[in-house]
Write a protein that binds this ligand. Structure first.
Ligand code: ADP
Ligand code: MG
Length: 359
Protein backbone atom coordinates (compact mmCIF):
# COMPACT_ATOMS: atom_id res chain seq x y z
CA UNK A 1 0.00 0.00 0.00
CA UNK A 2 1.25 3.44 -0.80
CA UNK A 3 0.36 7.06 -1.23
CA UNK A 4 1.51 9.24 -4.12
CA UNK A 5 2.99 12.70 -3.62
CA UNK A 6 3.41 15.04 -6.56
CA UNK A 7 5.18 18.36 -6.13
CA UNK A 8 5.68 21.11 -8.70
CA UNK A 9 5.38 18.53 -11.47
CA UNK A 10 5.72 19.61 -15.09
CA UNK A 11 6.04 17.42 -18.17
CA UNK A 12 7.12 19.23 -21.31
CA UNK A 13 7.19 17.38 -24.65
CA UNK A 14 10.09 18.01 -27.06
CA UNK A 15 7.77 20.17 -29.21
CA UNK A 16 7.39 22.54 -26.25
CA UNK A 17 3.85 21.48 -25.14
CA UNK A 18 3.61 21.76 -21.34
CA UNK A 19 1.13 18.89 -21.04
CA UNK A 20 1.46 18.89 -17.24
CA UNK A 21 2.07 22.43 -16.08
CA UNK A 22 3.04 22.67 -12.43
CA UNK A 23 0.95 20.28 -10.34
CA UNK A 24 0.81 19.53 -6.63
CA UNK A 25 -1.24 16.51 -5.58
CA UNK A 26 -1.38 14.05 -2.75
CA UNK A 27 -3.14 10.74 -3.30
CA UNK A 28 -3.73 9.01 0.02
CA UNK A 29 -2.89 5.39 0.73
CA UNK A 30 -5.80 3.23 -0.46
CA UNK A 31 -7.63 6.12 -2.08
CA UNK A 32 -9.64 5.88 -5.30
CA UNK A 33 -8.54 9.09 -6.99
CA UNK A 34 -9.91 10.37 -10.32
CA UNK A 35 -8.14 12.65 -12.78
CA UNK A 36 -10.92 14.34 -14.72
CA UNK A 37 -10.81 16.83 -17.56
CA UNK A 38 -11.53 17.36 -21.24
CA UNK A 39 -9.55 15.62 -23.96
CA UNK A 40 -6.04 17.04 -24.26
CA UNK A 41 -5.84 18.51 -20.74
CA UNK A 42 -2.87 16.29 -19.81
CA UNK A 43 -4.45 13.37 -17.92
CA UNK A 44 -2.62 10.63 -19.81
CA UNK A 45 0.65 12.54 -19.63
CA UNK A 46 0.30 12.93 -15.86
CA UNK A 47 -0.45 9.23 -15.42
CA UNK A 48 2.49 8.25 -17.65
CA UNK A 49 4.76 10.59 -15.69
CA UNK A 50 3.71 8.92 -12.42
CA UNK A 51 4.43 5.54 -14.05
CA UNK A 52 7.81 6.74 -15.38
CA UNK A 53 6.88 6.31 -19.04
CA UNK A 54 7.36 10.06 -19.54
CA UNK A 55 10.11 11.84 -17.66
CA UNK A 56 9.29 14.79 -15.45
CA UNK A 57 10.73 18.08 -16.68
CA UNK A 58 10.28 19.74 -13.29
CA UNK A 59 9.23 18.64 -9.82
CA UNK A 60 9.07 15.32 -8.03
CA UNK A 61 6.97 12.15 -7.83
CA UNK A 62 7.03 10.12 -4.62
CA UNK A 63 5.40 6.72 -4.20
CA UNK A 64 5.19 5.33 -0.69
CA UNK A 65 7.38 8.27 0.43
CA UNK A 66 10.22 7.23 -1.93
CA UNK A 67 11.35 9.72 -4.56
CA UNK A 68 10.88 7.82 -7.85
CA UNK A 69 11.20 10.83 -10.18
CA UNK A 70 14.24 9.25 -11.89
CA UNK A 71 13.39 5.60 -11.20
CA UNK A 72 12.72 3.35 -14.18
CA UNK A 73 9.07 2.31 -14.68
CA UNK A 74 9.57 -1.36 -13.76
CA UNK A 75 10.93 -0.44 -10.35
CA UNK A 76 8.21 1.97 -9.24
CA UNK A 77 5.74 -0.68 -8.09
CA UNK A 78 2.98 0.62 -10.35
CA UNK A 79 0.55 -1.33 -12.52
CA UNK A 80 -0.96 0.55 -15.43
CA UNK A 81 -3.85 -0.07 -17.78
CA UNK A 82 -3.46 1.79 -21.05
CA UNK A 83 -6.22 3.28 -23.13
CA UNK A 84 -5.17 1.03 -26.05
CA UNK A 85 -4.84 -2.14 -23.87
CA UNK A 86 -1.22 -2.95 -24.93
CA UNK A 87 -1.80 -6.73 -24.77
CA UNK A 88 0.67 -9.26 -26.18
CA UNK A 89 -0.98 -10.54 -29.39
CA UNK A 90 0.90 -13.87 -29.44
CA UNK A 91 -0.08 -14.81 -25.86
CA UNK A 92 -3.46 -16.14 -24.80
CA UNK A 93 -5.59 -14.42 -22.15
CA UNK A 94 -4.23 -16.47 -19.24
CA UNK A 95 -0.64 -15.75 -20.30
CA UNK A 96 -1.39 -12.07 -20.73
CA UNK A 97 -2.99 -11.78 -17.31
CA UNK A 98 -0.15 -13.53 -15.52
CA UNK A 99 2.75 -12.18 -17.56
CA UNK A 100 3.93 -9.82 -14.76
CA UNK A 101 3.89 -12.81 -12.37
CA UNK A 102 5.91 -14.91 -14.79
CA UNK A 103 8.53 -12.15 -14.98
CA UNK A 104 8.71 -12.38 -11.19
CA UNK A 105 9.07 -16.19 -11.44
CA UNK A 106 5.82 -16.99 -9.61
CA UNK A 107 5.10 -20.74 -9.83
CA UNK A 108 2.94 -21.94 -12.74
CA UNK A 109 0.24 -23.42 -10.50
CA UNK A 110 -0.17 -20.10 -8.65
CA UNK A 111 -0.29 -18.27 -11.97
CA UNK A 112 -3.01 -20.55 -13.31
CA UNK A 113 -5.02 -20.02 -10.14
CA UNK A 114 -4.61 -16.23 -10.35
CA UNK A 115 -5.60 -16.23 -14.03
CA UNK A 116 -8.71 -18.27 -13.28
CA UNK A 117 -9.80 -16.11 -10.33
CA UNK A 118 -9.09 -12.73 -11.92
CA UNK A 119 -10.75 -13.77 -15.18
CA UNK A 120 -13.81 -14.79 -13.19
CA UNK A 121 -13.94 -11.42 -11.44
CA UNK A 122 -13.83 -9.60 -14.77
CA UNK A 123 -16.38 -11.80 -16.60
CA UNK A 124 -13.70 -13.35 -18.79
CA UNK A 125 -14.56 -16.95 -17.89
CA UNK A 126 -14.11 -19.36 -20.75
CA UNK A 127 -11.81 -16.99 -22.66
CA UNK A 128 -8.50 -17.93 -21.03
CA UNK A 129 -7.25 -19.87 -24.08
CA UNK A 130 -8.07 -17.14 -26.60
CA UNK A 131 -5.64 -14.69 -28.15
CA UNK A 132 -6.38 -10.93 -27.94
CA UNK A 133 -7.21 -10.90 -31.67
CA UNK A 134 -10.11 -13.26 -30.95
CA UNK A 135 -11.67 -10.93 -28.36
CA UNK A 136 -13.91 -7.89 -28.64
CA UNK A 137 -12.45 -4.50 -27.72
CA UNK A 138 -14.28 -4.56 -24.41
CA UNK A 139 -12.95 -7.99 -23.56
CA UNK A 140 -9.42 -6.87 -24.42
CA UNK A 141 -9.82 -3.89 -22.09
CA UNK A 142 -10.88 -6.22 -19.29
CA UNK A 143 -7.89 -8.49 -19.89
CA UNK A 144 -5.66 -5.43 -19.51
CA UNK A 145 -7.44 -4.58 -16.25
CA UNK A 146 -7.10 -8.18 -15.06
CA UNK A 147 -3.38 -8.12 -15.83
CA UNK A 148 -2.88 -4.93 -13.81
CA UNK A 149 -4.83 -6.29 -10.86
CA UNK A 150 -3.03 -9.63 -10.96
CA UNK A 151 0.38 -7.93 -10.93
CA UNK A 152 -0.24 -6.66 -7.38
CA UNK A 153 1.58 -3.35 -7.70
CA UNK A 154 1.51 -0.79 -4.88
CA UNK A 155 -0.54 1.58 -6.99
CA UNK A 156 -2.92 1.02 -9.85
CA UNK A 157 -2.95 3.57 -12.70
CA UNK A 158 -5.94 3.34 -15.02
CA UNK A 159 -6.20 5.40 -18.21
CA UNK A 160 -9.86 5.50 -19.28
CA UNK A 161 -10.17 1.74 -18.68
CA UNK A 162 -13.92 1.57 -19.31
CA UNK A 163 -14.13 3.78 -22.37
CA UNK A 164 -14.34 0.92 -24.87
CA UNK A 165 -17.09 -1.00 -23.13
CA UNK A 166 -20.64 -0.71 -24.36
CA UNK A 167 -23.02 1.24 -22.14
CA UNK A 168 -24.41 -1.63 -20.12
CA UNK A 169 -21.11 -3.46 -19.55
CA UNK A 170 -19.57 -0.13 -18.71
CA UNK A 171 -21.96 0.39 -15.81
CA UNK A 172 -21.45 -3.18 -14.61
CA UNK A 173 -17.67 -2.82 -14.88
CA UNK A 174 -17.85 0.47 -13.00
CA UNK A 175 -19.66 -1.12 -10.06
CA UNK A 176 -17.29 -4.06 -10.19
CA UNK A 177 -14.24 -1.80 -10.27
CA UNK A 178 -15.41 0.21 -7.29
CA UNK A 179 -16.10 -2.92 -5.25
CA UNK A 180 -12.81 -4.48 -6.29
CA UNK A 181 -10.87 -1.35 -5.35
CA UNK A 182 -12.59 -1.31 -1.93
CA UNK A 183 -11.83 -5.01 -1.40
CA UNK A 184 -8.19 -4.71 -2.45
CA UNK A 185 -7.69 -1.33 -0.79
CA UNK A 186 -5.15 -0.49 -3.49
CA UNK A 187 -4.25 3.15 -4.15
CA UNK A 188 -5.81 3.85 -7.55
CA UNK A 189 -5.52 6.77 -9.94
CA UNK A 190 -8.30 6.65 -12.49
CA UNK A 191 -8.25 8.86 -15.59
CA UNK A 192 -11.51 9.77 -17.27
CA UNK A 193 -13.07 12.54 -19.35
CA UNK A 194 -16.50 11.36 -18.15
CA UNK A 195 -17.63 13.43 -15.17
CA UNK A 196 -20.40 10.95 -14.24
CA UNK A 197 -17.83 8.16 -14.03
CA UNK A 198 -15.55 10.25 -11.80
CA UNK A 199 -18.44 11.26 -9.53
CA UNK A 200 -19.60 7.64 -9.24
CA UNK A 201 -16.24 6.06 -8.54
CA UNK A 202 -13.83 8.38 -6.84
CA UNK A 203 -13.15 9.25 -3.22
CA UNK A 204 -11.69 12.50 -4.54
CA UNK A 205 -11.47 14.12 -7.95
CA UNK A 206 -8.81 16.38 -9.45
CA UNK A 207 -10.35 18.45 -12.25
CA UNK A 208 -7.71 19.48 -14.81
CA UNK A 209 -7.60 22.03 -17.60
CA UNK A 210 -4.60 22.70 -19.85
CA UNK A 211 -2.16 20.81 -17.62
CA UNK A 212 -3.27 22.64 -14.48
CA UNK A 213 -5.40 21.67 -11.48
CA UNK A 214 -8.70 23.60 -11.39
CA UNK A 215 -10.30 21.92 -8.36
CA UNK A 216 -9.54 19.13 -5.95
CA UNK A 217 -12.32 17.72 -3.82
CA UNK A 218 -14.80 14.99 -3.06
CA UNK A 219 -17.48 14.25 -5.68
CA UNK A 220 -19.97 16.08 -3.46
CA UNK A 221 -17.76 19.16 -3.21
CA UNK A 222 -17.05 19.48 -6.91
CA UNK A 223 -20.73 18.93 -7.73
CA UNK A 224 -22.27 21.22 -5.12
CA UNK A 225 -19.60 23.89 -4.92
CA UNK A 226 -17.45 24.18 -8.06
CA UNK A 227 -14.76 26.76 -7.26
CA UNK A 228 -14.77 28.25 -10.76
CA UNK A 229 -17.03 28.38 -13.81
CA UNK A 230 -14.81 25.91 -15.72
CA UNK A 231 -15.56 23.18 -13.18
CA UNK A 232 -19.19 24.36 -12.91
CA UNK A 233 -19.57 23.83 -16.65
CA UNK A 234 -17.75 20.52 -16.70
CA UNK A 235 -19.42 18.69 -13.78
CA UNK A 236 -23.05 17.59 -13.85
CA UNK A 237 -25.20 15.59 -16.27
CA UNK A 238 -27.46 18.59 -16.81
CA UNK A 239 -25.42 21.75 -17.31
CA UNK A 240 -25.32 24.31 -14.50
CA UNK A 241 -27.16 27.56 -15.26
CA UNK A 242 -24.58 30.36 -15.46
CA UNK A 243 -26.13 33.81 -15.86
CA UNK A 244 -24.91 37.37 -15.58
CA UNK A 245 -26.17 38.98 -12.38
CA UNK A 246 -25.74 42.01 -10.14
CA UNK A 247 -25.63 41.73 -6.36
CA UNK A 248 -28.42 43.67 -4.61
CA UNK A 249 -29.53 44.15 -0.99
CA UNK A 250 -32.06 41.32 -1.32
CA UNK A 251 -29.86 38.82 -3.14
CA UNK A 252 -28.74 38.85 -6.75
CA UNK A 253 -30.62 40.23 -9.74
CA UNK A 254 -30.53 38.01 -12.81
CA UNK A 255 -32.78 37.03 -15.72
CA UNK A 256 -35.33 39.75 -14.88
CA UNK A 257 -35.83 38.61 -11.28
CA UNK A 258 -34.01 38.11 -7.99
CA UNK A 259 -32.47 35.04 -6.44
CA UNK A 260 -31.50 34.81 -2.78
CA UNK A 261 -27.78 34.54 -2.07
CA UNK A 262 -26.01 33.54 1.11
CA UNK A 263 -22.73 35.21 0.19
CA UNK A 264 -21.99 38.63 1.68
CA UNK A 265 -20.82 40.59 -1.33
CA UNK A 266 -21.25 44.36 -1.75
CA UNK A 267 -24.33 45.51 -3.67
CA UNK A 268 -23.65 46.46 -7.26
CA UNK A 269 -20.97 43.80 -7.81
CA UNK A 270 -21.21 42.24 -11.28
CA UNK A 271 -21.14 38.46 -10.98
CA UNK A 272 -21.91 35.23 -12.79
CA UNK A 273 -24.69 33.42 -10.96
CA UNK A 274 -24.39 29.63 -10.89
CA UNK A 275 -27.34 27.41 -10.03
CA UNK A 276 -27.83 23.75 -10.84
CA UNK A 277 -31.13 22.71 -12.46
CA UNK A 278 -31.50 20.14 -9.66
CA UNK A 279 -31.45 22.87 -6.99
CA UNK A 280 -34.14 25.07 -8.55
CA UNK A 281 -37.78 24.59 -7.60
CA UNK A 282 -40.50 25.23 -10.15
CA UNK A 283 -43.99 26.30 -9.11
CA UNK A 284 -47.06 27.24 -11.08
CA UNK A 285 -49.04 28.85 -8.25
CA UNK A 286 -48.75 32.32 -6.69
CA UNK A 287 -45.21 33.66 -6.42
CA UNK A 288 -43.89 34.32 -2.90
CA UNK A 289 -40.48 35.82 -2.08
CA UNK A 290 -37.50 36.17 -4.41
CA UNK A 291 -37.48 34.13 -7.61
CA UNK A 292 -37.53 34.22 -11.39
CA UNK A 293 -40.64 34.48 -13.54
CA UNK A 294 -40.73 32.81 -16.92
CA UNK A 295 -42.58 30.64 -19.39
CA UNK A 296 -41.95 27.00 -20.23
CA UNK A 297 -40.22 26.48 -23.59
CA UNK A 298 -39.54 22.75 -23.67
CA UNK A 299 -39.35 19.69 -21.38
CA UNK A 300 -36.88 16.83 -21.91
CA UNK A 301 -37.50 13.42 -20.35
CA UNK A 302 -34.53 12.22 -18.27
CA UNK A 303 -36.28 9.19 -16.76
CA UNK A 304 -37.39 9.85 -13.18
CA UNK A 305 -36.91 13.56 -13.85
CA UNK A 306 -37.47 15.97 -16.68
CA UNK A 307 -35.30 18.94 -17.58
CA UNK A 308 -37.59 21.89 -18.17
CA UNK A 309 -36.24 24.94 -20.03
CA UNK A 310 -37.83 28.17 -18.88
CA UNK A 311 -37.52 31.50 -20.69
CA UNK A 312 -36.91 34.12 -18.01
CA UNK A 313 -36.70 37.58 -19.57
CA UNK A 314 -34.91 36.20 -22.63
CA UNK A 315 -32.56 33.88 -20.70
CA UNK A 316 -33.13 30.11 -20.91
CA UNK A 317 -32.92 28.47 -17.50
CA UNK A 318 -32.91 24.73 -16.88
CA UNK A 319 -34.78 23.24 -13.94
CA UNK A 320 -35.44 19.59 -13.15
CA UNK A 321 -38.88 18.43 -12.04
CA UNK A 322 -40.09 14.96 -10.97
CA UNK A 323 -41.56 12.74 -13.70
CA UNK A 324 -45.17 13.48 -14.64
CA UNK A 325 -44.96 16.95 -13.12
CA UNK A 326 -43.79 18.70 -16.29
CA UNK A 327 -45.75 21.90 -16.87
CA UNK A 328 -47.09 22.36 -20.40
CA UNK A 329 -45.24 24.48 -22.94
CA UNK A 330 -46.10 28.18 -22.67
CA UNK A 331 -47.18 27.94 -19.03
CA UNK A 332 -46.09 30.82 -16.75
CA UNK A 333 -43.93 29.48 -13.91
CA UNK A 334 -41.89 30.74 -10.95
CA UNK A 335 -38.41 29.49 -10.02
CA UNK A 336 -36.93 29.65 -6.54
CA UNK A 337 -33.76 28.34 -4.92
CA UNK A 338 -32.36 27.96 -1.40
CA UNK A 339 -29.77 30.73 -0.79
CA UNK A 340 -26.92 28.31 -0.12
CA UNK A 341 -27.38 26.76 -3.59
CA UNK A 342 -26.93 30.04 -5.42
CA UNK A 343 -23.23 30.39 -6.23
CA UNK A 344 -21.65 33.70 -7.14
CA UNK A 345 -18.60 33.82 -9.40
CA UNK A 346 -16.40 36.75 -10.31
CA UNK A 347 -17.63 37.90 -13.75
CA UNK A 348 -14.04 38.40 -15.00
CA UNK A 349 -11.99 35.58 -13.49
CA UNK A 350 -14.78 33.00 -13.10
CA UNK A 351 -13.60 32.22 -9.54
CA UNK A 352 -16.14 31.49 -6.79
CA UNK A 353 -16.56 34.65 -4.71
CA UNK A 354 -17.58 33.26 -1.37
CA UNK A 355 -17.07 29.99 0.36
CA UNK A 356 -20.35 28.31 0.98
CA UNK A 357 -21.04 25.26 3.13
CA UNK A 358 -21.40 21.88 1.45
CA UNK A 359 -24.81 20.38 2.08
P1 ADP B 1 -5.52 13.75 -22.22
O1 ADP B 1 -5.10 12.40 -21.80
O2 ADP B 1 -6.09 14.57 -21.11
O3 ADP B 1 -6.44 13.73 -23.40
P2 ADP B 1 -2.75 14.05 -23.09
O4 ADP B 1 -1.92 13.90 -21.86
O5 ADP B 1 -2.83 12.90 -24.01
O6 ADP B 1 -4.21 14.57 -22.67
O7 ADP B 1 -2.20 15.29 -23.93
C1 ADP B 1 -1.96 16.54 -23.32
C2 ADP B 1 -1.35 17.48 -24.35
O8 ADP B 1 -0.06 17.01 -24.73
C3 ADP B 1 -2.15 17.63 -25.63
O9 ADP B 1 -2.03 18.94 -26.08
C4 ADP B 1 -1.45 16.66 -26.57
O10 ADP B 1 -1.60 17.08 -27.91
C5 ADP B 1 -0.01 16.78 -26.13
N1 ADP B 1 0.77 15.56 -26.34
C6 ADP B 1 0.43 14.32 -25.91
N2 ADP B 1 1.40 13.42 -26.25
C7 ADP B 1 2.36 14.12 -26.89
C8 ADP B 1 3.61 13.78 -27.49
N3 ADP B 1 4.07 12.52 -27.45
N4 ADP B 1 4.33 14.77 -28.08
C9 ADP B 1 3.87 16.03 -28.07
N5 ADP B 1 2.70 16.43 -27.54
C10 ADP B 1 1.96 15.49 -26.95
MG1 MG C 1 -5.73 10.51 -22.51
Amino acid sequence: MAGIDIEGLATVYPNGVRAVDGLDLHVADGEFFALLGPSGCGKTTLLRTIAGLESASEGTVRIDSVDVTRTEPGKRGVAMVFQDYALFPHMNVAENITYPLKVRRVAAATRAETAERTAGELSLNGLLERRPGQLSGGQQQRVALARAIASQGKVLLLDEPLSNLDARLRLEARTFLKKLQRDLGITTVFVTHDQAEALALADRIAVMESGKLRQLGTPREVFARPVNTFVANFIGSTPMNLLPGVVSSSGVSAAGGTLPAAASIPSGAEVTVGIRPEYLTLSTGDAIGPGLRGTVVVAENLGVQSLVSVDCDGTLIGVTVPEEQEPSVGKPVFLTAPPDRVLLYDRESGELLARQPVA
